[in-house]
Ligand binder design. Structure first.
Ligand code: ZN
Length: 293
C-alpha cells in the first residue's frame, strides 16, 4: 500500500513537469493587404487583381512579406499562423507559395467578422496602409476611395483601427504591423508598444490611389519584417487587447460627389447627403450596421 502510494506520488512528480512544459497554443491572425507592401505606390498599376499591369509583381511582394512574417512569428513562439487574404475580394494569395507552416483564409464571401474569435492569441498586419488622407501615407484610404473619413466614438479610424477593435472585442491583442510609416504611426496611436516594420514612406498622395515615396528593397523589407514579427511574438505577454467602452457611435463621411446610403437600419441616422451615423451598445453590431470591419 505504502509503496503503491509512493509509486503514484513518484509518477505524479514525473508526469506533472511534462504537462507544465507543454507549449501553450499561440495562434496568430495575420491581416494582409496590398497597398502597404514594399515597392507599391500606385493602386491602378499595382493593386487591381488580375487587371493591373504589375499585379503579378505585387502578389510576389506580398507573398514574400507574409512568409517573412510567418518565419519570424514561428521563431518567436507562435504555434499556428492563419493568414487572412483581405485585399480586394480576397483573391491575392495562393497556397502554392505560402510557407507550409501557415494556413490561408480566403474567399470572396468571407463573413464580416473575418473569422476572428477568442481562439487567437495575437493579431498582426502585413502590407497595411494608413487611413484616408493620413499625412505622409501611401495609397491612403479608409476601406474605399469614395470615403472621406470614418470616425468611431469621435476618433478617426481606418482599416487598422477597425481590425484592432475587432480583435480586442474577442480579447485578442494586436502586436505588430508591417506597412508604411504612416500606417505604423496609426497603430502606435492605439497600441504604443506595438512592433512596427516600416517598409516605405510617402512623398505625395492624391488620396485616390496615386502616391509616390521611398521604399526599402524587398529583401531588406522581408528581413525587417521577420525581425519585428519574432520580437513581437516573444513579447506577447506584454500586450493587452484594445477595448473601447460603449455606447458606440460610428460616423461615415463620403467624399464630395458621393452619396451616403439611406438610414434604413435601427440606430442609423443620415445627417446630410454625404454623412451617416450608426449607434449601438455592442461594438460589433454597431460596425455591422455599416457593413464591414
Ligand atoms: Zn486596405
Amino acid at each position: 500500500m505504502k509503496s503503491l502510494r509512493r509509486m503514484l506520488l513518484l509518477s505524479a512528480v514525473l508526469i506533472l513537469p511534462a504537462y507544465s512544459q507543454a507549449p501553450a497554443s499561440r495562434k496568430v491572425y495575420m491581416v494582409t493587404d496590398a497597398e502597404g507592401v514594399d515597392g507599391v505606390f500606385n493602386w491602378k498599376e499595382q493593386c487591381r487583381p488580375f487587371e493591373s499591369p504589375r499585379w503579378a509583381e505585387t502578389v510576389k511582394l506580398l507573398t514574400g512579406e507574409v512568409n517573412a512574417a510567418v518565419d519570424g512569428l514561428m521563431a518567436g513562439g507562435a504555434t499556428e499562423v492563419v493568414v487572412a487574404d483581405l485585399h480586394d475580394s480576397s483573391r491575392t494569395l495562393s497556397t502554392l507559395d505560402l510557407d507550409p507552416r501557415a494556413k490561408l483564409m480566403q474567399g470572396s464571401t468571407l463573413p464580416p467578422k473575418l473569422g476572428m474569435d477568442s481562439s487567437y492569441s495575437a493579431l498582426i498586419f502585413v502590407g497595411q496602409h494608413a487611413m484616408g488622407s493620413a499625412p505622409g501615407g501611401v495609397i491612403t484610404h479608409s476601406g474605399s476611395f469614395v470615403i472621406d473619413y470614418i470616425s468611431f466614438n469621435n476618433k478617426k479610424v481606418g482599416e487598422i483601427g477597425t481590425r484592432v477593435m475587432l480583435a480586442g472585442y474577442y480579447g485578442v491583442p494586436t502586436i505588430m504591423l508591417a506597412g508604411d510609416v504612416a500606417a505604423c504611426k496609426e497603430l502606435r496611436d492605439l497600441v504604443p508598444q506595438a512592433e512596427c516594420a516600416e517598409v516605405k514612406y510617402g512623398l505625395s498622395d492624391d488620396t485616390n490611389g496615386t502616391s509616390s515615396g521611398v521604399s526599402l528593397s524587398h529583401a531588406a523589407a522581408c528581413k525587417l519584417i521577420r525581425e519585428k514579427a519574432q520580437r513581437a511574438m516573444s513579447r506577447l505577454s506584454e500586450f493587452k487587447p484594445y477595448r473601447v467602452a460603449g455606447p458606440y457611435e460610428l460616423k461615415v463621411v463620403f467624399k464630395k460627389g458621393y452619396q451616403a446610403p439611406q438610414a434604413t437600419k435601427p440606430g442609423s441616422q443620415r445627417i446630410d447627403d454625404r454623412t451617416i451615423i450608426y449607434r449601438g451598445d455592442d461594438l460589433i453590431e454597431t460596425w455591422l450596421k455599416w457593413g464591414w470591419l
